[in-house]
Write a new protein. Structure first.
Length: 120
């Protein structure tokens, strides 16, 4: 699915990838494939089954949010409270990690780890 809008809200189920350019993106439902976004603000409270790649100002992976595979993100502020199944690669001015990362962690910029859990 391709979306070009001021605001993109995914509350249902997308079978496949979501590629979007928007001011604000919110995924509270399920994306079976990958999420690729260029947006000002991105929030994931639902599930992205595969990979997430985004360039944005702020990204928030809520404590109920889940990324099945890897997250690659660039932005000003990244907040990761949920679960990332595999690797995290971040390019941000500020990153806060208090969730779970199942694979490797690579980050540039300032970051803090608060109750961070890492898989094997």
């Amino acid at each position: 699915m391709y979306a070009f809008a001021h605001q993109v809200d995914v509350t249902g189920h997308i079978n496949g990838d979501l590629i979007c350019f928007a001011q604000a993106v919110r995924v509270s439902g399920v994306v079976d494939g990958n999420l690729r976004a260029g947006a000002n603000n991105v929030t994931v409270t639902g599930t992205v089954e595969r990979n997430v790649m985004l360039w944005n100002e702020t990204f928030n992976l809520d404590s109920s949010g889940k990324i099945g595979r890897s997250l690659t993100a660039g932005g000003e502020t990244l907040t990761l409270d949920g679960k990332i199944g595999r690797d995290f690669l971040g390019f941000a001015e500020s990153t806060t990690i208090s969730g779970f990362i199942g694979g490797s962690l690579r980050e540039t910029g300032q970051f803090s780890l608060d109750h961070f859990r890492r898989g094997n």
